[in-house]
Design a protein around this ligand. Sequence first.
Ligand SMILES: [Zn+2]
Length: 284
Amino acid sequence: MDEPFIVDGVEIMYPGDPDAPGYLIWNCRCRTIAEVEGLSHSWDGRSTDALDGMTYEEWKQAHGKSQPITAQTEKGKAAKRAAVQEYRDAGKKDVQYAQQESGNLMPPSAYDGDFSDFEPLELTDEARKTMKELQKLGIDTGWEHGAILYPDGTISKPFSSELHGGVAFKADEIPMGSTLLHCHTNGTPLSAGDLKLLINQNISGIINITNNGDVFHADVNGYHPDDEEFEEFEADVRREIDKEMLERMRDEGWTYEEYVYMCIKEELFRICRQFEWTLRGGKL
Ligand SMILES: [Zn+2]
């Protein structure tokens, strides 16, 4: 193993960074990681002990993938800063946790509970039971939890790696054809970070459940883009969406939560369509 496989890199930002794009602030924190010698499973990404005296930044420089923040317009940054400030003025700790406290993002009403754009959700009874368990763990702890649905239909025990309260799937424990299950401690659909897990040849799909019981399932149908292909497309999509959604936020009077929800949902749709991945969704 040469490098840990860390998807995204969002965990290095402090929660609620007002300069970060909405979809990063609100993104889920699931990752796949490879085993790293001396790196405990409960590594929180910041512990200098686990990193042999290095700061996380130094470690990341040496091992991690760089994760440039998408360039944004000044207007976009200002809109986000204002929205974040609003939360802070309202006495909330930070945006991310404010949203976790409420348990759900508020999608625009037209999209609330609307899965008409998705293929119907198909889950085995056992997967359904596990998703419920993950949802409950997420609600109880405020942390994300995950499990692996193995190709033979069996499911691992739910776990959290405590990676900033997120879940890390260990790349070397994922057999070919596995599906990753996890909870989002909010109302967001599968994030771009989630979808990026699907470049891993062993992963056939990823599913998340939100606090309010919405389930989103992306299935790769056998096509795994490489890292470069995925990132190139995703960067384009992010740029487009940031612009489009900010305009709609202004024109349609969306709240910041609605804006973020739509950024994530649009990104999910566009990425899945690009790679012809099947997208299923519905209430559990
Ligand atoms: Zn996720």
